[in-house]
Each structure stands twice: as C-alpha cells, then as structure tokens.
Design a protein around this ligand. Sequence first.
Ligand code: ATP
Ligand code: MG
Length: 373
Amino acid sequence: MYLSKFSLEFYRNYPSLDVDFSRDVNIFLGQNAQGKTNLLESIYFLGLTRSHRTSNDKELIEFDADFARIKGHLHQSQIELDLEVRVTPKGKIAYINHLEQAKLSNYIGKMTAILFSPEDLNLIKGSPAIRRRFMDLEFGQISAEYLYFISQYRQVLKQKNNYLKQLALNKTKDLVFLEVLSDQLAGLGAEIVHYRIKLINELNTRSKLAHEQISGTKEELELKYSATGIEVDESMSVENLYQNLLSAYETNQSKEIKSGTTLVGPHRDDLIFSINQQNAHLYGSQGQQRTVVLSIKLAEVQLIHQITGEYPILLLDDVMSELDVTRQTALLNYIHGKTQTFITTTDLAGISWEIIQKPKIFKIANGVLAPFE
Ligand code: ATP
Ligand code: MG
C-alpha cells in the first residue's frame, strides 16, 4: 500500500502542508528541529491513530491552535481510501472516505505502518511496559479482535483493581464479586496471551532470518513470550490459558487483596530477546541491540504482508546514519520495491545511493517542505 496525497493542518510545527509522495522512497532532509520526526509521526498517526512518541494527543496540536488534522489518500492493491484523523483537546475522530467512524477499532488496520527510530532501542533496553506497548500497537494493526480484547481487558482490570482496593480497606468483604471479575479477566487475558504467543512465534521465525542477513553472522536471535505467574507454551489453547490464569488468581487472591492490585495477567507479561541464548537486554552491545530491533521491524513488515496481503508503509527516522554500509544495504535490499518508505536524515552523505532508485527528496525547514534540486 502507499500514500499519494497527504496533508496536515495545525499538526505540531506544520500550520499547513500539502504534499504528493512517491510510491517508492521519500527522503526528508533537514537540520535538527525542523519537523522531520513530526512529519513521520503524522504519517504513523494517520494509520494507527496513536503517536509513537507520546500518548498525550494534545501535544500534536500546534501550540496556538485548537485542533489538528491529518489527511491522506491511501492506495491498497484493490481499493483507494481517503483517510482522515482529527485531533481536538477532547479526543480524536477518524474518517474513512469522509464518513466518521464510530469506533477507532473500525479504522485501525486500514493503513498499516512500521516505524523505526533510535528510541526503539528502548524496546530492548527499557522496561517491560515498553515491550507490552509494542505488542499492543503492532498486533492491534493486524487484528481488530486483538484490539477489542485489549480494550475490554483494560476496563475489567480497572474494575478489579478498584474492587481489590475496597477489599484491602475493608470497605467490603464480598469475595464473590471479586471472583466474577477474576473470571472475566482470565477469559479476556487468555485471548490476549494466546494471540501474543502466536504472533511472537511468527515474528520469531522471520526475525531470525532477517537478523542473519543483516548482521551477516551466525548469532542466533530468539524472541520468547514471558508470562508472569502462569506456565505458557505455544501448544496451549485459549481454554488452557484461561484455566491457568483462573487458578493463578485463586492462588494469589490474598496477595492481590493485600496489595490492592492484580498481580497476574498479560498486563504484567514481557517479551524476551536473546542472542545465542544470552538475554540481549542484559548483555547485548549497542550495535547488537540495534540490529535486533531492525530485524524485528523487518519481520513485522513481512508478517503484516502475510496476514493482510499488503506491505505496510515503512518509516525510518534517523536510522540510516546509525547503520554501517553493509547493514544499510541489507535493509534496503530487504524492502526494495515492496514498501513505500520514508527516510529522514540531516545529511544525504550518510545514505548509500546505489541501492535507492529515484528517491523523491524533500527539504524541510521550519515546518515547510520544498523539493530538493
Ligand atoms: P532532529 O533532527 O533533531 O530529530 P526533527 O527535524 O526531527 O529534528 P522534530 O522533532 O520533527 O525535529 O520537530 C521539532 C520541532 O517541532 C521543535 O522545534 C518543536 O518546538 C516543534 N514542535 C513540537 N510540538 C509542537 C507543537 N505542538 N506545536 C508547534 N511546534 C511544535
Ligand atoms: Mg527527529
């Protein structure tokens, strides 16, 4: 899939922008703080209705404005769609072909996008919350059902935690209602864990191969889902996982009441990356970690293609200069001709030009785009 026409109104440092993208490679060239990342972020936001760098949508609205709007004309292999997201301080609304969508979950997934930036190293270096957010964002693009389970799970989790706090404060003693909530949570949690294990397994196979090609080494990358408080493996059905979660809630009931919070479930789970059986979080070098993240992103591109039949749009923020020529070449060969790609850079010298054919280059200065001659 690819975006042709794209426009912004009052998005961060873009009061107004109208642009036509190339369906192949687009390069945004500019000095620091001119709006390169903002533009990539806005493209990502058009697809996922979420920013990769903030969960506070208000930040996206230009300082002096009261709304922001992003529009794009999307070409899928069979159809074309006009997409639009409007952000106000009160919330956001998405439109497909000018029709307001009652639910964002109807909208997400029409335009898929994978973004890779230097901050993605936090996927390995950072806390488990970052890896859970990664799974939710990426798997939500692939499956509307996954998105649905996540949003239901969050609601019930909140209810259960509130109730645990009341029990902790002795405001109630009724354990039956707690068990009802735990049962609901186990049902939704089992669906989420089941999805995650399945998709992580798919990503694992693909990222291993990508990693081999990019690193040019025999180091073996391995991704593994790690659940807290329950045993999990690939062969388990949703029913098995449900039973396991349920019994974990029973076992931990008094602990949960004491701490006033739910201790087991996918909101506590993690994802482990290892290189030659060593945890990359603890032992990986900076360069190894970067290669791991890149491999996972490329694996996602393939997975999205396999599941949806369309290649996602690829957004590469400031990553070319961080990769050596071998890795750049491997990356570009991998995606060549398949995905519409957006690359930001402060310096054209950092890019291996032999591989990129006829890129469309835009110069960005202070939120204004101009063709690069
Ligand atoms: P670098 O090369 O350093 O990564 P960049 O070109 O990617 O730079 P961006 O992060 O896209 O830079 O843009 C940063 C600029 O956008 C900053 O000058 C910041 O003040 C401005 N900015 C961020 N949010 C808003 C907003 N809501 N309204 C107006 N301007 C904003
Ligand atoms: Mg930037």
